[in-house]
Design a binder for this molecule. Structure first.
Ligand SMILES: CC(C)(COP(=O)(O)OP(=O)(O)OC[C@H]1O[C@@H](n2cnc3c(N)ncnc32)[C@H](O)[C@@H]1OP(=O)(O)O)[C@@H](O)C(=O)NCCC(=O)NCCS
Length: 188
């Protein structure tokens, strides 16, 4: 089963031997988690656990748009990325697209697949009515996202929780100094 209708996607610019399509429920067997592991720790999931995650996404309609590049000849997922659509109170209840978890399997990197995914998800965000599309990335990946039509604006802030808190660097002396007066909210 597809996580969203393929008809929502812009025409694919991939070579004929590759398929750009929504994630399928069966993609666990096609190496989806192996691809994600190039990005962040991705422990194995049982089919039941994978299906439960898919079901939780399907239970939030119009929100999750996971996209993959599939190679029929190798029967493998080569790359993946997800668009998440957020409803705002501002901008008259506007929509913001967030691109997350962009990953291309090691052997398939540098062949244009990442760009195809990111550009397709940005076009999808636009066609779904988002007024902007945003993402977080490392400094090293800024040139890649610039090639996909994005530009740099503002900074990412993060707090980790539970076991993931080990990933959080110790705050520097300057950042633990007396907190400044809260600033006025920006004009959004
Ligand atoms: C970053 C990543 C998604 C890029 O995907 P990719 O398929 O290898 O990149 P593409 O081949 O689509 O590159 C598109 C363009 O960006 C350029 N590019 C890609 N990565 C780049 C980098 N780190 N620095 C400079 N340029 C880069 C390519 O040269 C290409 O340029 P061109 O269009 O002029 O030929 C992929 O390398 C990856 O999965 N890396 C590990 C996980 C990761 O960091 N994910 C991003 C999380 S924010």
């Amino acid at each position: 089963m597809s996580l969203f209708p393929p008809s929502l996607l812009p025409p694919s610019t991939l070579p004929d031997d590759l398929v750009l399509r929504p994630l399928h429920t069966e993609d666990l067997q096609l190496g989806h988690l192996d691809v994600l592991s190039v990005l962040s720790p991705t422990p194995a999931l049982s089919p039941a656990q994978y299906t439960a995650i898919v079901q939780s996404m399907l239970a939030r309609p119009d929100t999750y748009y996971p996209l993959v590049v599939f190679s029929p000849s190798s029967n493998k997922i080569l790359a993946c990325a997800t668009l998440i659509v957020e409803r705002k109170f501002l901008r008259g209840g506007g929509l913001v697209g967030h691109i997350e978890d962009v990953a291309v399997s090691q052997l398939a990197q540098g062949k244009g697949l990442g760009k195809v995914l990111v550009v397709a998800l940005a076009r999808l965000a636009e066609s779904l009515g988002c007024y902007k599309c945003i993402l977080d990335c490392s400094q090293d990946n800024i040139p890649f996202y610039e090639k996909c039509g994005f530009y740099q604006k503002e900074y990412e802030m993060v707090q980790y929780f539970g076991a993931a808190k080990k990933s959080q660097p110790t705050p520097s002396a300057t950042s633990t100094a007396a907190a400044p007066e809260p600033s006025k909210p920006a004009n959004l």
